[in-house]
Ligand binder design. Sequence first.
Ligand code: GH3
Ligand code: MG
Ligand code: MG
Length: 371
Amino acid sequence: MTPTEVDKINAMNDRDIGSSDAPGSRVLLVDDQPIVAEAIRRMLADEADIDFHYCQDPSNAIKMAAEYQPTVILQDMVMPDIDGFVLLRFFHSTPGTRTIPVIVLSTKDDPAVKSEAFELEASDYLVKLPDRVELIARIRAHSRSYMAQKERDEAFKALRVLKKELEQKNAELYRLSSQDGLTGIGNRRRFDEFLESEWRRAIRESSPLSLILIDIDHFKPFNDNYGHQSGDECLQRVAQALARGVRRPSDLVARYGGEEFAVILPNTATEGAQKLAEALRVEVEALAVSHEHSSTADCVTISMGVASTIPLTGMAAPELTKMADQALYRAKEAGRNRFCVWRLEKDAVTAYDKEEERLSRVLADGPASPF
Ligand code: GH3
Ligand code: MG
Ligand code: MG
């Protein structure tokens, strides 16, 4: 039979052969004998849901399968140019055809051939020429399970893509929800979360944790005299200066609220925190943002409260904030443009009476002072 006769067999199937959108089953027969092809074509001719395509040359079968995208392959085992087992292996090892079910069409019902074919992942085994009803039933069954599997795979693939997109969006959302809109540094929410987690870590590791609360001096008169927009720009510049001044990646600079900022310093004791506070003070002063209405200096300055501790189980993170706040209050009182350090003796007067008692006990019992 010439290629024209093969074309004729294929052309006789008037459905949309080759279209991967066609519904139902798409059958690709690989068999060197056109007479078999014609017989099979006739068996399937009345089945509206089955498209039939024929490949006479087995060396062309992989290429044709890739183009036609059958939902089931019928494959002869004895062909002149290529061994049926070799072709089975090819189908199974080629990515585009790996999962397509192959029904082996053999001339004999030989258990050895059958067993080897199944070992090579053949889906089914029929003796030529098969019974029409049986052939159609098996084509439909294998096609259905192939398409169902394909749909499942595609759905899982789409799900994986969606999951990745969702993770990226969530990360972006988290970033946005934890960032201060005006200055771009962490916001109050980020501060609270970070302080809480670093507090817990410090308890676990018995490591020191420091907090610097920062407040711009005389910011109200700055706003009142230079306008709200200049106030905003000043906040941005101060935030940048603070972010520049903090060197360790584990440190966090956040906007605590209004014209107040906070720096959390994990694994940092009071000496380190004081050094950094002074560096931040210098950094902001060096911005030289003119402030003619400040009674402290002729430029924008900051006051800071520094608190450091090795937290103990039973203490809560906001206590550190209270300590830093009290120290900040003292820095304001002492003349601004400076930092003060929270100390047990000086600050623990009212709200800290009980804490002082408890800590005094700990200090008396334990070898190292947490402050
Ligand atoms: P002190 O030296 O004691 O800190 O005095 P202060 O004027 O800085 O403090 P006060 O708390 O009286 O004023 C804070 C001002 O900060 C009030 C408000 O006008 C300004 N402010 C707070 N948030 C923003 C903001 O987002 N943008 C601008 N432009 N101003 C803000
Ligand atoms: Mg304030
Ligand atoms: Mg202020």
